[in-house]
Ligand binder design. Structure first.
Ligand SMILES: [Zn+2]
Ligand SMILES: [Zn+2]
Length: 896
């Protein structure tokens, strides 16, 4: 939908869409900006320009429009106090990892908390009306602005004010009245300073007017009135109208503090700590001038680097001031911001990785590390995490319990980054030679090699980071694609009665309502359809084998083999109960292993996916490193302890909102649940998940869980393969047999080794006697399978006896030619899959009998190669069929 069109339409009838009671009561006048034409409402009749174009834009820096001062946490206290006083319920923030929507990784606005996707529709579920929430939101599009512009954050607190107009909630008049009084009464901002600008909002098929409110050019909030649906002109009013007012808490703090940047008043004591630590020469006059220029120029340039250059010039900064003040400041702000975002994300169960939403987290940590290195800072990151959490604890007490987890994860990640540096340096060197890479090339570099542009800048491989890099990367990794649904001829069929959620009979009768190809739809069924990683039931329908069962919306489709019954027939059905029982045990075991993994490894463990078959199952969990044998054992022991405790497994249905409030978002281990009534499976209070699968009644029924294998299947995801019940018992038996076999093999191997050692010893002992005998020999003969030819006082010896091994040949040959300078020794023997030859020729003998030539000729026959010199050489080949030929050749070369 074209927002401009809607705005034109709405602004042509301001009385209907924008004029609220407050404007009338207070005497606001409506004006059109003489520069851009936008309409705005003000108490200052002399004002001719909209907040973006006015001269007073950002003049609050250094000179706030109120005498009250509230930093970040104090600002929330003020907001909360005000709204609670005015009959709002203050609710806790929702997780920043958006578990309840599969089209978003992270929570990007407060209204997302209350949106649930049902099919193609978005519905709202509010736990209270009206309400206010300090919702932490993560946005990665403007990452390159963070630390530089003074007002961009990778995460911020959106003050969400939400109301549904009914007997409890209110509509436009009261909303704008509250927002105005918050600014003027609670914050003490003069009435004349507040300007409301007409705008519209459109998205997800609905739209409505909105009023943005500004003070001194800073947009503090935007009250959206989601009111209509359909195409403009033919639109209708929504059944459920919603007020979605979002305001930036960071900006509330900034407007009252008037610090050079919003960062200066939003990170608590960290700022001062870092300033002192690093010894920044901060001159507030210069900073106020510089950041005011940045704020004003931000919209006027395409490229952030140009904005920076402009502000440096306008503020009259010297190179020295830039290098000693602005550059380190930008670095500090970036570190503070990124660290805060990582604290929230990791606390809520996200892990840095190279997939999905983890991309952005890894990128941020690498930017932190890159900045620390580039500026050569000595920082205690763990200490900064503590300071952040100590400061945020007031508003977000849940962070307190996660501080060690956050430190742990960041530590592991930083270590990996350090380890990968040598490799990255090589890549960076190549890049500097090739010239400036394009944005696409930079994205590829990050995605396939983990090389961030910040790193490239750190090592001077590139001079500037292209301004579109982060927004492009963020677009690529915002959400997962949904899989396409197969189209089947199911239109008009009634919802299948799912008996497996009721009495769950293993034998039942049902009416055939539809047959197509080898597929059958019944009016009711106890065959569990594939879902939530649980494989389908098998069995018999009307004498035909059921080989697959799938669910398409509310209709269950059975796939048969060997034939199909007729439509309209009543058929008898039988579920393979053994298979079902096995799958069921595996499913409950998945929940048990998930809980025990989290207990053993850490709070960041979530189910990533799962698969439950008859004779095997697997659970993929989020975890940063491969598991050690010790960890696997601990997880298995913890799981079997849950089995042994024979905990009750209960299934209850809850209204989705109630389930979320009661149990938290941990229930969404298996992903999003697109139904209003949630099926909650609890293993007492040890594990509570929303799940549609079949489960045992008591954990003791599982009998045993054995983890058969674990592996890291992708960055940040570990797969646990396991078996349970009877299969686990069989597995243990097999393992015992296997172990016994292995032990026996080991004994055999040791025995053989011992024999070989003894023989070696024997031949070794033989060497001195043999040497004496051969030295004493004066005519041709054979001693202990060594053929010796004596001719012209030269002794030529050859053997291929298999009583001699490599050790013998090497030692005996060497000693023989040393003792008898005019002697030659050649031995041929088998060694593994090759046949080898060793040749020694004494000082005197080597003049006519060259050891190298002999070894080379013999090895060539065997299909290999030989090497060495005239006095000593060896070689060999794999062609064992040529052994006789090789022996003949060797004999001919020395004995003849
Ligand atoms: Zn304007
Ligand atoms: Zn489940």
């Amino acid at each position: 939908m074209d927002k401009k069109e809607i705005l034109k339409e709405f602004s042509s009838d301001p009385d209907k869409y924008y004029k609220v009671k407050l404007f009338e009561e207070q005497g606001f006048v409506r004006k059109a900006c003489s520069k851009c034409g936008r309409f705005f409402w003000t108490l200052d009749s002399g004002r001719g320009l909209c907040p973006d174009d006015a001269d007073d834009t950002y003049s609050f820096i250094g000179e706030p429009p109120t005498t009250k001062r509230f930093d970040y946490t104090q600002a929330w206290k003020q907001v909360e106090e005000f709204f609670v006083k005015n009959n709002h319920t203050s609710i806790s923030r929702y997780p920043v990892v958006c578990r309840w929507r599969d089209d978003l990784y992270f929570t990007i606005a407060s209204v997302v908390d209350f949106q649930r996707v049902m099919g193609s529709k978005v519905v709202f579920e509010f736990p209270a009306n009206p309400l206010v929430v300090p919702q932490t939101c993560l946005r990665f599009k403007d990452l390159e602005n963070v630390g530089v512009t003074g007002r961009h954050f990778s995460s911020f607190c959106m003050v969400g004010q939400h109301s549904v107009p009914n007997s409890q909630g209110y509509w436009k008049d009261e909303c704008v009245d509250l927002d105005f009084r918050l600014l003027t009464n609670q914050f003490g901002i003069k009435k004349e300073e507040v300007v409301f600008v007409e705008d519209v909002w459109a998205g997800g098929g609905s739209f409505g007017p909105s009023l943005e409110y500004f003070v001194r050019g800073l947009e503090l909030g935007n009250a959206v009135f989601t009111e209509f649906q359909g195409e403009l002109g033919q639109h209708t009013t929504l059944d459920q109208r919603v007020i979605d007012m979002g305001a930036g808490l960071e900006r509330f703090a900034w407007i009252t503090m008037g610090t050079p940047t919003a960062y200066d008043c939003c990170f608590g004591p960290i700022n001062q700590k870092l300033f002192e630590n690093i010894g920044i020469d901060s001159d507030s006059e210069i900073l106020i001038k510089y950041f005011t220029e940045i704020a004003k120029a931000l919209e006027n340039f395409e490229d952030l680097n140009d904005v920076r250059r402009h502000a440096i010039k306008q503020a009259g900064l010297t190179d020295e001031q830039l290098n000693k003040m602005i550059t380190p400041l930008e670095g500090i702000y970036l570190i503070e911001d990124h660290l805060r975002t990582l604290i929230f994300a990791i606390s809520d169960g996200a892990l840095p990785s190279n997939v999905g939403g983890g991309y952005n987290l890894r990128m941020m940590l690498r930017r932190i590390n890159g900045t620390i290195n580039r500026l050569n800072l000595k920082l205690d990151v763990d200490g900064l995490i503590d300071t952040h959490i100590d400061y945020l604890r007031d508003t977000y007490p849940e962070l307190d319990a996660k501080r060690e987890d956050v430190k742990r994860i960041l530590d592991i990640e930083s270590e990996r980054y350090e380890e990968s540096k040598t490799r990255m340096k090589k890549i960076a060197d190549k890049i500097s030679q090739k010239g400036t890479p394009s944005v696409e090339e930079l994205i590829t570099l990050y995605e396939s090699d983990g090389v961030t542009p910040d790193y490239l800048k750190e090592v001077n491989a590139i001079s500037e980071i292209p301004s579109t890099f982060y927004s492009k990367l963020s677009d690529l990794h915002q959400s997962e694609k949904k899989k396409e649904i197969e189209k089947l001829p199911l239109e008009g069929l009634p919802e299948t009665d799912t008996l497996f959620y009721k009495d769950d009979p293993m034998e039942f009768d049902a009416k055939v309502v539809k047959v197509f190809d080898d597929h059958v739809v019944l009016d009711r069924t106890s065959f569990y359809a594939r879902g939530g990683g649980q494989e389908p039931d098998h069995g018999i329908i009307s004498g035909f084998k059921v080989i697959d069962v799938d669910k398409h919306a509310d209709i269950i489709v059975h796939k048969l083999e060997g034939g199909v019954p007729k439509e309209g027939e009543t058929v008898s059905c039988k579920v393979d109960s053994t298979r079902r029982a096995n799958i069921t045990k595996n499913h409950t075991s998945t929940h048990i292993l998930n809980a025990s993994s989290r207990g053993v490894l850490g709070s960041w463990v979530w189910q990533h996916s799962a698969f439950k078959e008859d004779d095997h199952a697997r659970l993929d969990i989020t975890h940063h490193s491969s598991l050690t044998n010790e960890q696997v054992k601990q997880i298995e022991d913890a799981a079997n302890n849950m089995v042994k405790q024979n905990y009750s497994v209960t299934i209850q249905y809850f209204d989705r909102g109630t389930a979320e409030q009661k149990y938290g978002f941990r229930i969404y281990q298996g992903g999003v649940v697109p139904v209003k009534s949630v099926r909650i499976v609890s293993i007492e209070d040890k594990d509570i998940e929303a799940c549609g699968g079949t489960h045992v009644k008591k954990t003791g029924e599982i009998d045993l869980i054995k983890i058969t294998k674990t592996k890291r299947i992708q960055d940040g995801v570990i797969r646990l393969e396991f078996v349970s019940g009877q299969t686990a018992q069989e597995y243990v038996k097999l393992q015992e047999i296997e172990q016994r076999k292995k032990a026996e093999e080991l004994v055999q191997k040791e025995l053989k080794e011992k024999q070989r050692e003894e023989e070696k010893q024997k031949t070794k002992e033989k060497i001195p006697a043999l040497l004496e005998q051969i030295t004493a020999l004066s005519s041709t003969g054979t001693i202990d399978e060594i053929e010796i030819k004596v001719e012209n006082s030269m002794k030529r010896c050859f053997t291929n006896s298999n009583q001699y091994d490599e050790f013998f040949h090497m030692n005996f040959g060497k000693k023989l030619v040393k003792k008898n300078l005019n002697s030659v020794y050649v031995g041929i023997f088998e060694s593994g899959l090759t046949i080898r030859v060793v040749a020694y020729s004494g000082e005197e003998a080597s003049k006519s009998k060259n050891a190298g030539n002999i070894a080379k000729s013999v090895a060539e026959i065997l299909g290999g190669a030989g090497g060495g010199d005239a006095k000593f050489a060896q070689g060999g080949g794999k062609d064992t069929s040529k052994i006789d030929e090789a022996i003949a050749k060797a004999k001919s070369m020395i004995l003849e």
